[in-house]
Design a protein around this ligand. Structure first.
Ligand SMILES: NC(=O)c1ccc[n+]([C@@H]2O[C@H](COP(=O)([O-])OP(=O)(O)OC[C@H]3O[C@@H](n4cnc5c(N)ncnc54)[C@H](O)[C@@H]3O)[C@@H](O)[C@H]2O)c1
Length: 402
């Protein structure tokens, strides 16, 4: 479809463009009239996107992609297309490694690989969530390669599944070392939103990590209070509703739940590593949130006699409701624990397609003795069943079923 040898000029090249952040961003820019090339090393995603299909669920993105593909949007695994674009946005994944260490060099390596295709006229926008100091390292890398490129760090702050609304509504943080790069990146994101917030690169790098860490710690607070209430024999959800009703200073106390996904834990780990591992609140939050599945299963052992002989149906394997994304989902941690503490565990999810061990809901309902809601998909709120349900999300009412 796309011939990189032609001199076609793209407005925007998005590297990592077929990912959860890059693809909705590209679609959003295209709906505002930009010509967008999505550069991604995953050939299967590139092929799927070029056929007009999303590789994952993202509400409201299917229709504009199907309409604009081959016209304003093209996907390519050929990095040479970067040379024929005005703006290059890099939004590759930045996961921690198997020992939970950040890998800040990944973004640098990806940009180093792009050097042959970068030109002085480019605006290079870093949009991945990066380890603090990465923008400065990228600037040095470009300088070493005698490239006079405007560099900006403009973090993504959407919640997965809400991108097609939030990209047009949320303020955009824009940061760069010089006025021209600020102006160019403000104009770029001005296509999407009226609200531009200007910070220095170092402020913006911390701002993004603070955003996610703050959210992670809030959820940990809720989960710790849930456990406390549970151990005292009362309902956290009833207390939460009681204290937040008509009382604005407690309105933001979240409900309990499995705090998971590709960003919050990872970014708390990045911030801890950045601060020489001195991040007591963040580390406590990790301990609470990551320990929550084990607490729930321990409570189940108390509540259900001979759990080790029962079949547990695990409802929802995605990391959050109405999503097919299983990255860092705590449902898999629950599954792992139940595998040796319960008789058997059967998993189901209406959206997840990447897991071959998923059963249809009716089979799970038929074969299980007890159910656990792993991901709060709406369908589980209305489920009709006589089976006991462990529901720490309180999707079905104020009682957790523990
Ligand atoms: N998922 C979210 O909701 C969210 C929200 C805000 C910020 N972020 C941040 O955005 C970044 C991207 O996250 P994501 O969820 O989109 O990840 P993702 O894994 O869904 O997408 C990343 C894409 O980059 C591609 N890729 C990786 N290296 C590449 C390379 N060198 N060249 C070309 N393509 C490459 C991968 O194939 C993949 O398609 C991360 O830093 C993340 O922390 C994510």
């Amino acid at each position: 479809m796309f011939d990189p040898s032609t001199s076609q000029m793209w407005d925007i090249a998005i590297v990592g463009g077929c990912g959860h952040v890059g693809l909705p961003l590209g679609i959003a820019f295209a709906t505002r009239g930009a010509n967008v090339v999505l550069v991604d090393q995953a050939d299967d995603k590139v092929a799927l996107v070029n056929s007009g299909k999303l590789p994952f669920m993202e509400s409201g993105a299917d229709e504009p992609l199907a309409r604009l593909i081959g016209d304003r949007i093209v996907a390519s695994s050929d990095p040479r297309v970067v040379a024929s674009s005005k703006v290059v946005i890099v939004v590759i994944g930045t996961p921690v490694d198997e020992h939970q260490n950040p890998e800040p060099h990944k973004v640098i390596d990806a940009i180093e690989a792009l050097v042959p295709y970068l030109r002085d006229h480019h605006l290079l926008v870093l949009r991945s969530t990066i380890y603090p100091g990465t923008t400065a390292l990228v600037e040095k890398l470009l300088e070493r390669n005698s490239l006079a490129i405007d560099v900006a760090f403009c973090p993504e702050r959407i919640a997965e599944g809400k991108a097609m609304v939030e990209l047009f509504k949320l303020p955009q943080i824009v940061s760069a070392r010089n006025d021209r790069a600020i102006q160019r990146s403000s104009e770029l994101f001005g296509r999407l939103t009226d609200q531009i917030v200007v910070l220095s690169p170092e402020e913006a790098e911390l701002a993004k990590l603070f955003t996610n860490t703050w959210r992670y710690i809030r959820f940990a607070t809720a989960n710790q209070l849930f456990m406390m209430a549970q151990d005292f024999g009362v309902s956290y959800e009833r207390i939460r509703k009681g204290i937040s009703e008509g009382y604005p200073r407690a309105k933001d106390l979240p409900g309990a739940g499995y705090t998971a996904g590709p960003c919050l834990l990872k970014d708390t780990l990045q911030l801890a590593a950045f601060n020489n591992n001195d991040f007591v609140l963040g580390q406590a939050a990790i301990s609470v949130n990551e320990g929550f599945p084990l607490y729930v299963v321990s409570q189940m052992e108390r509540k259900f006699e001979k759990l080790n002989e029962l079949t547990v149906g695990l409802l929802g394997m995605a990391f959050k409701g109405e999503s097919d994304d299983t990255r860092s989902s705590l449902s898999y941690k629950i599954k792992r624990i139940l595998r040796y503490r319960a008789g058997a565990v059967l998993c189901t999810d209406p959206y997840v397609t990447s897991d071959k061990e998923i059963y249809p809901l009716d089979i799970v309902l038929e074969r299980s003795d007890v159910l656990v809601i792993g991901a709060p998909h709406e369908v589980y709120a209305e489920l009709t069943t006589q089976l006991p349900i462990v529901d720490v999300w309180c999707l079905r009412g104020e009682e957790s079923g523990l």
